[in-house]
Design a protein around this ligand. Structure first.
Ligand code: 13P
Length: 250
């Protein structure tokens, strides 16, 4: 049985003060949703604060990206071993905003996935199609290509612990959620691709949905057979709403 994971991707939002309140609220409410695993992804500069406030709680935390490299002359980058120093359990890799705004290729994303695993951080690999790709009917081939780059580098065994997040680009920050049937179709496709390589691993891999998920639509999405949690953007910036999403998955 896969334990659901509800993860908050705060993106480039928050301040020391707002994050203090948000973390406190999540920490206080976590006991009420203990059937679900919770995780938050803050901007790098607040990771020390996140670690301090969540230490000893059931809530995990992680980074929104990481460098492909372990150390060296890479100005502005943050490496896996540094994230490990701050207690990160997870790192998001290949978020569509990183792919489109910062030009991260499938290969770079695969390298980041490997860099996280190398230091014992579980990667959350984001995949998903644009609206144009969906309309062209190539959703599956896009997702398959994104997945393949990682499978080629790291192998199917890596997905026992790693997490996948299906985030249709057209649903991110738009208020337009994929229907539960649309999401389930792609999740089932991803799991079938993994199962063709190793059925046992495919049964363990958690596949999250992301894209305008909120308390009002979480119940329906999280009830689908292959949706094992959510990667939440905007709705994760308020403790009450984030916890209500988690509650829907209990
Ligand atoms: P929204 O929930 O704001 O649509 O963002 C989803 C997302 O990109 C999470 O990584």
């Amino acid at each position: 049985m896969r334990r659901k994971l509800v993860a908050g991707n705060w993106k480039m939002n928050g301040s020391a003060e707002s994050i203090r309140g948000l973390l406190q609220g999540i920490r206080d409410g976590a006991a009420g949703v203990s059937a679900v695993e919770l995780a938050v992804f803050s901007p790098f500069v607040y990771l020390a604060q996140v670690q301090q406030q969540l230490h000893g709680s059931a809530v995990a935390w992680g980074a929104q990206t990481l460098s492909e490299h372990a150390s060296g002359a890479y100005t502005g980058e943050v490496a896996g071993p540094m994230l490990k120093d701050f207690g990160c359990a997870y790192a998001i890799v290949g978020h569509s905003e990183r792919r489109t705004l910062y030009g991260e290729s499938d290969q770079a994303v695969a390298n980041k996935f490997a860099a996280a695993r190398k230091v014992g951080i579980k990667p959350i690999l984001c995949v998903g199609e644009t609206l144009e790709e969906r309309e062209k009917g190539i959703t599956e081939s896009v997702v398959e290509r994104q997945l393949k780059a990682v499978l080629d580098l790291e192998g199917i065994g890596a997905f026992g612990e790693a997490v996948i997040a299906y985030e249709p680009v057209w649903a991110i920050g738009t208020g337009k959620t994929a229907t539960s049937a649309q999401a389930q179709d792609v999740h089932a496709f991803i799991r079938a691709k993994l199962a063709a390589l190793d059925a046992k691993v495919a049964g363990q891999t958690r596949i999250l949905y992301g894209g305008s998920m909120k308390a009002a639509n979480a119940g329906e999405l999280l009830a689908m057979a292959d949706i094992d949690g959510g990667l939440i953007g905007g709705a994760s910036l308020e403790a009450k709403e984030f916890l209500a999403i988690a509650k829907a998955g209990c």
